[in-house]
Write a protein that binds this ligand. Structure first.
Ligand SMILES: NC(=O)C1=CN([C@@H]2O[C@H](COP(=O)(O)OP(=O)(O)OC[C@H]3O[C@@H](n4cnc5c(N)ncnc54)[C@H](OP(=O)(O)O)[C@@H]3O)[C@@H](O)[C@H]2O)C=CC1
Ligand SMILES: O=C(O)C(=O)[C@@H](O)[C@H](O)C(=O)CO
Length: 259
């Protein structure tokens, strides 16, 4: 799985083909969408138009909360919209604890995986106790847990639980939707290194082994966000950004969100 991908939350379907095409042209090879984003068709059109071989691409989509009871049918519908015969990573989008159907959803994803219809399966927005209910089953361990994670919300308990099971932690809203980019600790590092604040934040994630999927519809930012493999933060820089934790959640809390 590429460590840096491109996310398309809040990109309207009719603008998604152009945005994903710009990302593929800039060099991204991993695209993160979801059935609830309503833009899988736009993603699919860009993939088809790119001329890139399928095995050069890494496509992630997600099972929405109302579909936990029939994951296989929801997967088929996503494939139809994407124009693909498989995706590389299929995630349960949220645990939706009030519905309490995520173990059924996991059984559906495990069936897809056992039938060789998807390259990897995982979860998103899972808290440690929700992950434990899945790993306690003794079946397939999720490959990935995609969670909100950025300097203002560092999710150390979730990362510890992921690490304990060998699950890759993937950061959504890795830039906190822009909310951390004016933080003096980050701008000072950016100025010293001659980089942008977004590049510094992405580097902070990457140097700690996380997968990131920044979103931008702005071509210059799409390019800048990918240009983060030619410099390094020092241990002091990493520690300064670690100091920005402030429980600054921007999205819903997984213990409460049922969609
Ligand atoms: N599993 C889940 O529940 C969730 C998953 N996600 C995934 O994570 C992806 C990323 O998260 P998202 O919420 O979009 O937030 P991000 O943290 O990626 O931030 C996106 C925002 O930051 C701006 N931005 C991007 N790059 C820069 C830059 N270099 N300088 C300044 N501003 C910048 C964008 O503006 P502009 O576009 O105008 O350039 C946009 O407003 C989503 O697209 C989606 O794929 C997101 C939310 C929940
Ligand atoms: O973007 C996502 O992937 C999300 O799950 C959420 O942002 C969700 O769709 C939402 O908008 C909740 O208010």
């Amino acid at each position: 799985m590429p460590q840096l991908g491109y996310g398309v939350f809040q990109v309207p379907n009719d603008e998604t083909e152009a945005a994903v095409s710009a990302a593929l042209e800039a060099g991204y090879r991993s695209i993160d969408t979801a059935s609830i984003y309503g833009n899988e068709e736009g993603v699919g059109r860009a993939l088809a138009a790119s001329g890139l071989a399928r095995d050069e691409l890494f496509v992630t989509t997600k099972l929405w909360n109302s579909d936990h009871a029939d994951a296989v049918a929801a997967y088929d519908a996503s494939l139809e919209r994407l124009g693909l015969d498989h995706v590389d990573l299929y995630l349960i989008h949220w645990p939706a604890p009030a519905n309490d159907r995520y173990l059924d959803a996991w059984a559906g994803l495990e069936k897809l995986y056992a039938d060789d219809r998807v390259r990897a399966i995982g979860v998103s927005n899972f808290l440690p106790e929700q992950l434990r209910r899945i790993t306690d089953l003794g079946g397939t361990v999720p490959a990935v847990n995609q969670v909100e994670l950025h300097p203002a919300l560092q999710q150390r308990d979730v990362i510890a639980a992921d690490d304990a099971h060998g699950i890759v932690t993937e950061a959504w809203s890795p830039l906190a939707q822009g909310a951390v980019l004016a933080d003096p600790a980050i701008t000072a590092i950016a100025e010293r290194l001659g980089r942008t604040p977004a590049q510094v934040v992405l580097r902070w994630h990457l140097q700690q082994g996380r997968v990131v999927i920044p979103k931008s519809v702005t071509p210059s930012r799409i390019a800048v966000n990918l240009d983060v493999f030619g410099f390094e933060l020092t241990d002091g820089d990493l520690a300064a950004i670690d100091g920005l934790e402030r429980d600054g959640r921007t999205g819903p809390h997984p213990a409460e969100f049922n969609g």
